[in-house]
Design a protein around this ligand. Sequence first.
Ligand SMILES: Cc1cc2nc3c(=O)[nH]c(=O)nc-3n(C[C@H](O)[C@H](O)[C@H](O)COP(=O)(O)O)c2cc1C
Length: 350
Amino acid sequence: MSEFRLQPLQIGSLRVEWPVFLAPMAGYTDGAWRSLCLEQGCGAVVTEMVSAQGLVRDHVRTGHYLDTWGEEHPIGAQIYGSDPAAMAAASAKVAETKRFDFLDINAGCPMPKIRNRGDGAGLMRDPAKMAEITRQVKAAVGGALPVTVKTRIGWCADTINVLETTAGVEQAGAEAIFLHGRVASVRHSGPSDWSLIAEVKRARRIPVIGNGGVKTAADVFRMVAETGVDGAMVGRVALGHPWLFRDIRDLAAGREPRLPSVDEVRTAIREHLRREMDLMARRGKKELKLGVELTACLVMRPHLVRYLRSFRGFGALARTLEERVDAATLLGRVDEVLASGRKSTENHIQ
Ligand SMILES: Cc1cc2nc3c(=O)[nH]c(=O)nc-3n(C[C@H](O)[C@H](O)[C@H](O)COP(=O)(O)O)c2cc1C
């Protein structure tokens, strides 16, 4: 029997056949990137965090954070805020789009401008409010969408209250919990506490999906085996490496994961940029001061760093990334980096 096994997962009315989730990451996980990950075998995706207040006020730019590229499924929309009424109204708007399969509440963002307003990780300091938001969001979507909560183990090392917060949201009707095993004060650094994730899994009846610290394809299965979680959510290690999701499927099928060829990397970058341009073309002229092409090239910058940093010629490209260039120029530079060869064949496969 293979040690690389995962079971399908039921989140309320939603069945997730392959419970390997791409983590929401602001500035990265738009439709272009998510759709590439789904095509490589990712089991489900989530939008980056979207402001509930922005949605309620019909803020045009906020609305674009809900844009999808093609048929992305299963997909969750993640919203953030701390006013229960606004969170409920925003959830109803998400449900009305009929583009999403679940609705996720952000209760873990540690960025000061978010958490200091009581949003994101700020909710962990007020477990009663976290539960009340869950209750009102559930009522607002009226069963149209399963409701999940993504949170952390606590605010800081001295205030670990994840058993309390997750009990509250479970009682309030949440249908799954995404649990990042770090406290908010460390943001994204240091180890993720998988033993606490295991404790929460044992304490809750609803599914718990573990997050934090997955560095290789094999780690997904290790996390599931060590903690008993119902699925795994993968963040940074997949950036610039959508093939991680192929690797995970390969391990499960008894195949050896393999490094993407240089041609595969080139094709992915070109396709990624093309999809970014598609997404940008939906925006109004007022929103895009630089136009579709230049904006799409700017959006690609952090991704290019991830796709290409293991290539010898990356340093030269990195020095020019601040320049505003059109797609042909950017792709020409990308080709030069790809032609320089990899520094080593070491990648995320271990
Ligand atoms: C650049 C960046 C942006 C992020 N944005 C979000 C977000 O919008 N919503 C959210 O719930 N978590 C966000 N996160 C946290 C990730 O979803 C995830 O919990 C974290 O990166 C830990 O997983 P990892 O160790 O696999 O990267 C972000 C993380 C990073 C690095």
